[in-house]
Design a binder for this molecule. Structure first.
Ligand code: COA
Length: 310
């Protein structure tokens, strides 16, 4: 087993104020609150704000929680599917707002993006960096058609961020990770330039359950550990039924799983750090716990990372 000294020293998140509830959607969509909750687990999502604005808020909270100065950050990785502009990336604007003077780039791996970012941050630390800010931020309302019953019920805005630091003490570790992609599935979830998200919901559901099982196993294998060793699981918040179906095969319980999508909907790259922040605020993670992050989404992409919490 190869483990890498690695700890998340500060986490923060941000949601826009405006709530779009299932009930709100029924005003113009042929659906019901009950149908959406039963099929997805979602009651409401947030809309408004910008990707850079939400990212800046979440990142500032993460910096404050870590108690580190902006000048000590070596790189900003901003995972997003809904950047402010097609070009340039959103990360440089966020770095400017935070007063950082370091490298800053966007990472596009859809809903797996923040977990990809964690693994990339680990690589940068192996190159000698000490602190990397890993943000997931989305304003999916810009690419969601809230009149479409298939997609409009799912997506919302938000951001989450973590200060990731090298930990030479060995207390915090990245115990295992896995990154994957299969470009044969581009057509089941995509947005063309200037258009909204298009999705084959049933196929996404099927492929997501397969991807989750596969990536969890790969990360556990790399760590030399089993399902029974994991304390807390923070999956991408897409649909509670996807997670339940995957766990039936994998063996995790919903009690050890952090779910917040009832209040946020699917916030793509932001969903895992948003859920992580919620779990920390509710005291669900203790030092020494093994925390597994599992992302999956358009691409298809998938990613997981197992962290010993310090
Ligand atoms: N409200 C009410 N009824 C709806 C509806 C809605 N929003 N959307 C579809 N329906 C109806 C359909 O018309 C259909 O009716 P019929 O049986 O009379 O023809 C029935 O409900 C079933 O539709 P279907 O499209 O098969 O629903 P589903 O069970 O596949 O659920 C999703 C749709 C989108 C909730 C589901 O496919 C899903 O969550 N997929 C994964 C999506 C996802 O997580 N994407 C992001 C991944 S990162």
């Amino acid at each position: 087993m190869t483990a890498w000294g690695f700890k998340l020293t500060g986490v923060g998140s941000a949601l826009p104020e405006k709530v779009l509830s299932n009930q709100d959607l029924t005003a113009w969509m042929d659906t019901t609150d009950e149908w959406i909750r039963e099929r997805t687990g979602i009651s409401e999502r947030r809309i408004g704000g910008s990707t850079s604005g939400l990212a800046t808020q979440a990142a500032q909270r993460a910096l404050d929680a870590a108690g580190v100065s902006p000048s000590s950050i070596d790189t900003v990785i901003l995972a997003t599917t809904s950047p402010d502009h097609i070009c340039p990336g959103t990360a440089p604007a966020v770095a400017r707002e935070l007063g950082l003077e370091c490298g800053a780039f966007d990472l596009q791996a859809a809903c797996s993006g923040w977990v990809y970012g964690l693994v990339v941050a680990n690589g940068l630390m192996l190159q000698g960096m000490n602190r990397v800010l890993v943000i997931g931020a989305e304003s999916l309302d810009r690419i969601t058609d809230y009149h479409d019953r298939g997609t409009g019920i799912l997506f919302g805005n938000g951001a989450g961020a973590a200060v990731v630091e090298r930990d030479d003490s060995g207390a915090g570790q990245l115990l295992g990770w896995d990154l994957g992609a299969n470009g044969n599935w581009v057509h089941i979830l995509y947005a063309d330039h200037g258009d909204t998200l298009k999705m084959d919901g049933k196929e996404v559901y099927r492929q997501a359950v397969i991807a989750i099982q596969r990536t969890v196993q790969a990360t556990l294998d790399r760590a030399g550990l089993t399902v029974a060793d994991v304390d807390i699981v923070i999956p991408h918040q897409a649909n509670v039924r996807i997670v339940e179906a995957a766990w039936k095969k994998v063996g995790f319980t919903m009690d050890q799983t952090v779910m917040i999508l009832e209040r946020t909907g699917n916030t793509s790259a932001a969903s895992i750090p948003l859920a992580l922040d919620d779990a920390l605020r509710h005291g669900r993670i203790e030092p020494g716990n093994l925390v597994l992050f599992v992302g999956f989404g358009a691409g298809m992409t998938w990613a997981s990372a197992l962290v010993r919490w310090a």
